[in-house]
Design a binder for this molecule. Structure first.
Ligand code: CO8
Length: 260
């Protein structure tokens, strides 16, 4: 698969998607969002891609935001259309049935921070910087920031980041729970791939059940969430992998999952 603004590679069940506009700090324009939708749709339908790592090219940025050059002269109708394109890509990524890891190699600002929040896990370099600086441009986040940031780090801190528009460093992002792990810049990709390999060794359908239970449950009340969990765990028992997992445990050996 070839794209204008993305790099794509796949090996050993791990798909790697790289935002590739380093000259603009990987700013996200409509072509990037459209291609992100396309690549994640292809990944969803590719049984050989079981885990995804999303990162940015260059030394400086994961993505420094949605593309201000493209947005600056848009009218209300055009911005609505742009937001629809962003929403389509974000929803595709968030609802992927496979685990996703954002490997954040630098700035993750505005739409870049929002894009990372569509992934399941976020691992970042010590050099990474996060923020929702839209307020400084006279707007508010429009690519899921007002919703997902508050769900991830809580309302008070989300309001602080969105109202003040300041950047935070990697260690603060870790303290807030915005990222799962901070690592030295030179080991970012190795660490992200280590997690990806570990995830690729689990059962894909069972991971998909975990993801569905968590994501569907978080947006509902606890009783409905527990009902969803009950159905998802029951569905695990329809897989060969559950049989293999328990059998391997009792035979004191490592399970060999077949993703079915
Ligand atoms: N859009 C377009 N181009 C960008 C962006 C961006 N978001 N960020 C950086 N660039 C470009 C710069 O213009 C520059 O291009 P050129 O070389 O042609 O001048 C190049 O990337 C390098 O950037 P800098 O020279 O600024 O690099 P510095 O190291 O000096 O600074 C910063 C790095 C601090 C990251 C700085 O570039 C910056 O502040 N960038 C903008 C950050 C920002 O405000 N992001 C939020 C954008 S708005 C957004 O994401 C809204 C999402 C929701 C939209 C929904 C519809 C409303």
């Amino acid at each position: 698969m070839t794209y204008k603004t993305l790099l794509y590679e796949k090996a050993d069940g791990i798909a790697k998607v790289t935002l590739n506009r380093p000259e603009a700090l990987n700013a996200l324009n409509s072509t990037v969002y459209t291609e992100l939708y396309d690549v994640f749709e292809a990944i969803e339908n590719d049984a050989d891609a079981r885990v995804v790592v999303l990162t940015g090219s260059g030394e400086k940025a994961f993505a420094a935001g949605s593309d201000v050059v493209e947005m600056q002269h848009m009218n209300t109708l055009e911005i609505q259309q742009f937001v629809a394109v962003i929403r389509k890509a974000s929803d595709r990524i968030y609802s992927l049935t496979k685990p996703t890891i954002a490997a954040i190699n630098g700035y993750a600002l505005g739409g870049g921070c929002e894009l990372s929040m569509c992934c399941d896990l976020r691992i970042c370099s010590e050099k990474a910087r996060f923020g929702q600086p839209e307020i400084n441009l006279g707007l508010i986040p429009g690519a899921c920031g007002t919703q997902r940031l508050a769900r991830i780090i809580g309302m008070a801190k989300a309001k602080e980041l969105i109202y003040l528009g300041d950047m935070i460093k990697a260690d603060e992002a870790l303290r807030l729970g915005l990222v799962n792990k901070v690592v030295p810049p030179e080991s970012l990709m190795d660490e992200a791939m280590e997690w990806a390999k570990k995830l690729a060794s689990k059962s894909s359908p069972v991971l998909a059940m975990a993801k569905m239970a968590i994501q569907t449950g978080i947006d509902t009340d606890i009783a409905s969430g527990l009902n969803i969990e009950a159905r998802c765990v029951a569905l695990c028992f329809a897989t060969e992998d559950q049989k293999e997992g328990m059998k391997a445990f009792l035979e004191k050996r490592e399970a060999k999952f077949k993703n079915r």
